[in-house]
Design a protein around this ligand. Structure first.
Ligand code: AMP
Ligand code: MG
Length: 487
């Protein structure tokens, strides 16, 4: 276990130089205090969880203090936002404090979000509010607990600093961790500004640090791109299988590592709805739940365009062609497991599609349906779940096919079925209304609810005593909450 002043820095991105990022110091928050910390994320830095409660922790992650070895930098990037190209974005309110490596040799970027103005702030104030910082904290740690690749969150620091959004709120900082903060938009920036030397440096950097195994391949950059395609196909399959809607899949919010990145008006589905749009300023539904799949490919093509100086166009196209089949295979595999199936049959795709259609028509809770399906034998479970459906004849027909399919799948006990299904079907997900309750309490200075919710979500597959209220459908006020895009 390390003390806070024992972190070891190795600021590899900062060393790329001023063409890639600008030195900026964090602007401190007034009266910084710990809102919530993740013990699991602390462990990634070999930190003793107890240090989160010390005043120096809030000072460090509230922008008052800095390690001597930290080199805070605002990164420059660009990106396609809602399909249109924005020539310059960059860290407008976050700073890469530095890269830390742990005893296992893993490197983690420490990125302080809400750290004040930078040369890339454009019209913004450089700040993040408590509300959105809590949402990102809870979501990134919850996704990780669901085995969905994501950036991580070490802590949220609250403050008395006033920040103006639709109304006056309080500023906060979130300490985000990821092995890299490089986005598709980094490559786009150097491509469209026609800086081939810097672009080559960036590509070398990503290849050496994050895709070293691709070095062994005959065409290392192509191998790297292929790997990025694969990781994105896998990631988006997981989002779709677990009902996660990102909301702002702009290419500046897509990680070069294929992890969930940059949380805004994201939402987990309550009732299944393929057409769900979580970002209410997304009028055309570009980033609706089901559109995440083709948008994933669109974003990869935008990256491919930026990589044309390094990789043959026909090879890029071929690699892009891997996306959809890989996505489909991964998605179907996950959905089979969610249905408790251990084998594959040709008609499984239809079985899944028909179920989702029925759920859509009846507004069935996406998470609880699968959890309950694993509670008992297939026959007993479908008999109980039947009441949730409006189209009873439709559901009965599906249930017959499902029961027969389960029968063919294998001979296992109810206990085995439950264990296997509960291990992939969470009981607890980050529902918007749960986040909202925790935020309301935190805004009035009570952090117990955020902390408890974080705890519950850190073991989403395990039924936890006394936590039934976190495994319910939303109450009426909590359905279809409009999540503000301002953050
Ligand atoms: P986002 O929608 O959070 O992915 O942000 C898009 C761009 O706007 C990024 O360059 C952000 O750094 C920048 N940005 C968002 N909010 C602010 C803010 N309050 N102050 C400065 N820049 C911001
Ligand atoms: Mg962003």
């Amino acid at each position: 276990m390390k003390a806070l002043d024992e972190l070891t820095f190795d600021n590899r991105f900062a060393r790329l130089g001023d063409a890639f990022s600008t030195h900026v110091l964090p602007e401190p928050l007034d009266v910084p205090r710990l809102v919530v910390a993740s013990n699991a994320a602390m462990a990634l830095l070999d930190l003793d969880p107890a240090v989160a409660e010390t005043p120096v922790f809030a000072e460090l992650f509230g922008g008052h203090k800095l390690w001597a070895e930290a080199e805070p930098r605002a990164m420059v990037y660009s990106g396609h936002q809602f399909g249109g190209y924005t020539p310059q974005l960059g860290d407008g309110r976050g700073l890469l404090l530095g890269e830390v490596y742990n005893e296992a040799g893993e490197h983690w970027d420490l990125h302080l979000k809400g750290a004040g103005m930078t040369p890339y702030s454009r019209m913004g104030d450089g700040r993040a509010v408590l509300r959105s910082s809590i949402r990102e904290f809870l979501a990134s740690e919850a996704l990780h607990a669901l085995s969905i690749p994501s950036s991580r969150a070490l802590c949220v620091i609250g403050s008395d600093t006033p920040v103006w959004r639709e109304k006056q709120e309080r500023g906060a900082m979130l300490l985000r961790m990821a092995p890299s903060h490089i986005r598709f938009g980094h490559f786009e920036y150097f491509y469209y500004t026609k800086k081939p030397e810097q672009q080559a440096l960036l590509a070398e950097h990503v290849l050496n640090l994050h895709y070293p195994e691709c070095r062994e391949q005959p065409e290392p950059y192509l191998a790297m791109f292929r790997e990025i395609v694969e990781r994105n196909a896998e990631l988006i399959a997981k989002w779709q299988a677990y009902g996660f809607c990102h909301g702002v899949m702009n290419t500046d919010n897509m990680s070069i590592l294929g992890i969930t990145f940059d949380f805004g008006p994201f939402s987990f589905l309550d009732d299944f709805d393929a057409h769900f749009i979580c970002n209410h300023s997304d009028h055309e539904g570009r980033y609706s739940f089901s559109n995440q799949v083709p948008i994933g490919q669109w974003n990869l093509s935008a990256l491919a365009q930026a990589l044309t100086p390094f990789i043959r166009v026909d090879a890029l196209k071929e690699a892009l062609g891997l996306y959809l089949p890989l996505y489909q295979a991964n998605y179907l595999d996950l959905m089979r497991r969610r249905l408790g199936l251990t084998t594959a049959e040709d008609d499984d795709q239809k079985l899944v599609e028909r179920l989702l259609q029925l759920m859509q028509n009846s507004g069935v809770d996406y998470t609880l349906f699968f959890r309950r399906l694993g509670d008992e034998s297939a026959a007993l479970a479908v008999a109980r779940l039947r009441d949730d459906f409006v189209d009873l004849a439709g559901f009965d027909a599906w249930a017959e096919v499902y029961k027969a399919r389960v029968e063919r799948d294998g001979n296992y006990s109810e206990e085995q079925r439950r264990e296997r299904m509960h291990a992939v079907n969470p009981l607890y997900i980050l529902r918007n209304y749960l986040a909202q309750n925790a935020i309301a309490a935190a805004e009035s200075g009570d952090y117990t609810e955020v902390r408890r919710l974080h705890e519950v979500l850190s073991k989403p597959f395990e039924e936890q005593a006394g936590m039934e209220q976190y495994a319910q459908r939303p109450p009426d006020w909590g359905k279809h909450l409009e999540i503000s895009c301002s953050s």
